[in-house]
Design a protein around this ligand. Structure first.
Ligand SMILES: [Fe+2]
Length: 412
């Protein structure tokens, strides 16, 4: 016998969700939020409603309701890692470093596949992942930071796994025993370094001058660079944070030679918040309301190919290199090539970010700017301009990995 009562109960949330979605797409965010709040009250496990409500609150810039939504979801679904990462990020931004670390660590270890994006599947590892974690343990042990015992055993196992990466092997699937042996480090947030936030983090006159040059440049030549964006204190503290904090979790990038650190899993330390605020202030003064829409760090661990020619999904890119210049073994490489050629308006993300043949047709014969590598050199360029790194040959030690910090402004 058909249970109509059950069917009706299922249909009502769908109808409400559809209404909320319609309100959301018409940017009636308050209406969408009102419908969704009721829905989430009735069915606190409905991930579609939760995601949409989160997006509505974000659009309304309602930080207080965002926070209480996350706390509520965390009570109902303590295994929902998206929420745990957000709560951890908030704790970090408030300077509660140890509480944030515990929360990140828990979120990274959740068995369901709702972890950070651009991560390899659980149990599948790249050479970069293994060499990085091995280098991290050795570096931290030398700094007197991690206890002996479990981490020494981990290091031994990681060194053995590293030998499995013979020519042509891209990833390795770990055995249950290997996973057990590296459990203290694999997908863990074992340490967040508590660094100071200097009073001055950027050189404002230098940034303002570069932004004025950027604004004045012709349409297809909007690329400028300059040295010393970060103050000496800021770059020292930031580098210490990036070297000592286990935040390099995004290991599924193209080529697999890089690891990424994203703001949702540990990059949003108060020093980064201050950087964002100061940089946004200058961008606003020079270019109108330009908000940082995304930020990330990438670190090269293995290979020398670098990132291929692509354009990005933002309006403007600001890139800063953070690794000391002395680690760059080949001064002809390590930098950035920016072509004076833009991704055509109608191209979708997949095309301007990865269709190598189509991109080659556009950049062939185009003028290009070559920005050579230097620590604390900043580049500002139109994100639609095709760009690529021109190879990476840095010293092969943990501290020497080439790190770039990227801020993306607006949407393409
Ligand atoms: Fe890019």
């Amino acid at each position: 016998m058909t249970n109509f009562g059950e069917a009706e109960r299922t249909m009502v949330p769908f109808k409400a969700l559809a209404e909320a979605y319609e309100a959301f797409t018409q940017t009636r965010l308050a209406d969408a939020a009102r419908i969704l709040e009721e829905l989430v009250d009735q069915s606190p496990y409905d991930r579609n409603a939760i995601r949409l409500l989160h997006a509505a609150y974000s659009g309304l810039e309602d930080g207080i309701r965002l926070q209480s939504l996350d706390d509520k979801i965390s009570n109902h679904m303590p295994w929902y890692s998206d929420v745990e990462f957000r709560i951890a990020t908030r704790l970090l931004q408030m300077g509660q470093v140890e509480a944030a670390r515990e929360r990140f660590d828990r979120a990274l270890n959740m068995p369901l596949s709702m972890g950070p994006t651009r991560m390899l599947p659980f149990g599948e590892v790249s050479e970069a992942r293994i060499l990085h974690d091995l280098g991290y343990i050795n570096y931290m042990r030398a700094e007197g930071e991690l206890s002996s015992g479990p981490y020494d055993e981990c290091a031994g196992q990681l060194a053995e796994i590293a030998c499995q990466f013979t020519e042509g092997v891209k990833t390795v699937r770990l055995s249950a025993q290997q996973l057990t042996n590296i459990a203290p480090i694999y997908r863990r947030c074992v340490h967040l370094e508590d660094v100071a936030v200097p009073d001055e983090v950027i050189n404002r006159p230098a940034l303002n001058d570069a932004l004025a040059r950027f604004r004045a440049a012709p349409d297809c030549e909007k690329v400028v660079w300059f040295d010393g964006l970060l103050t000496d204190n800021a770059i020292d503290e930031l580098r210490r944070y990036l070297l000592k904090s286990s935040i390099w979790h995004n290991d599924g990038q193209k080529g697999l030679g890089y690891l990424g650190a994203y703001e949702t899993n540990g990059l949003r330390h108060p020093i980064m918040d201050k950087l964002v605020a100061e940089i946004e202030h200058c961008f606003y003064g020079a270019l109108g309301s330009r908000k940082v829409s995304q930020l990330w760090c990438y670190k090269n661990v293995v290979g020398s190919v670098g990132v291929g020619v692509h354009a990005d999904f933002s309006n403007v890119n600001l890139n800063i290199w953070l690794t000391p210049t002395q680690f760059n073994l080949d001064h002809e490489s390590g930098g950035l090539l920016v072509y004076h050629a833009k991704a055509p308006e109608g191209w979708a993300f997949e095309k301007y970010n990865g269709d190598h043949d189509a991109i080659r047709d556009i950049v062939n014969g185009a003028e290009r700017s070559i920005v050579t590598y230097r620590e604390n050199r900043a580049m500002i360029f139109d994100s639609s301009l095709f760009h690529a790194s021109n190879g990476v040959k840095f010293e092969n030690t943990y501290q020497a990995g080439r790190i770039n910090l990227t801020f993306l402004f607006g949407q393409r």
